[in-house]
Design a protein. Structure first.
Length: 188
């Protein structure tokens, strides 16, 4: 399993972008929230069956990342500059922790769920999950827990994608209001 930082400075190289990390406990959400403002960069796209070509990173986009308490997932809602979501990418995780500099990290459990506002829903990297189990990197209990969490993500977030989009937008609005009221960028 791989440790991944919420500031996405390793694979995506976002270390120079404004990054905010906070704990949220309200009627909208309980858990850890991070926000990355993509202030530069060429657009990068994925191709999905229903949505077609969707932007996943590029100048003006915002990544809202949510790690809900009592769940084994990191929800990344990728917002376009007009505050519409282009796509969600949800990592199934083993656990969450913090690096010495305070940035939240999670242990990725390979399986991911990708879904779009247009109704695309798919598992990603199931082959990596299966290979990790077959190689003995994951126990049977860890493997089965990952599959259950993947199914729970679909049940929780994809049964009413419009409601999920509205929920994410409200959380984004809340975080942006906190930023406007003085929430400082995360200092590493």
């Amino acid at each position: 399993m791989t440790r991944k930082r919420l500031d996405r400075d390793k694979k995506w190289f976002f270390q120079g972008f404004p990054y905010y990390q906070l704990r949220m406990e309200n009627e909208l959400f309980t858990g850890l929230v991070s926000l990355i403002q993509l202030v530069d960069g060429e657009y990068f796209y994925w191709e999905l069956p229903k949505a077609g070509k969707v932007a996943v990173a590029g100048k003006g986009m915002v990544w809202l990342q949510l790690i809900p308490d009592e769940k084994s997932r990191v929800i990344t809602a990728k917002f376009l500059p007009d505050k519409k979501i282009s796509v969600w990418y949800v990592d199934v995780i083993e656990c969450m922790d913090y690096d010495p500099d305070g940035v939240a990290v999670f242990t990725d459990k390979y399986l991911d769920v990708i879904f779009s506002p247009q109704g695309d829903v798919k598992f990603d990297d199931r082959d990596e999950l299966d290979a990790a189990y077959q190689a003995g990197e994951l126990s049977k209990a860890q493997y089965e827990a990952a599959l259950r969490e993947g199914d729970a993500i679909i049940a929780d977030l994809c049964s009413d994608i419009g409601a999920t989009e509205q929920w994410c937008r409200k959380i984004l609005d809340d975080v942006e209001e906190q930023i406007a009221n003085g929430l400082e960028k995360f200092k590493k």
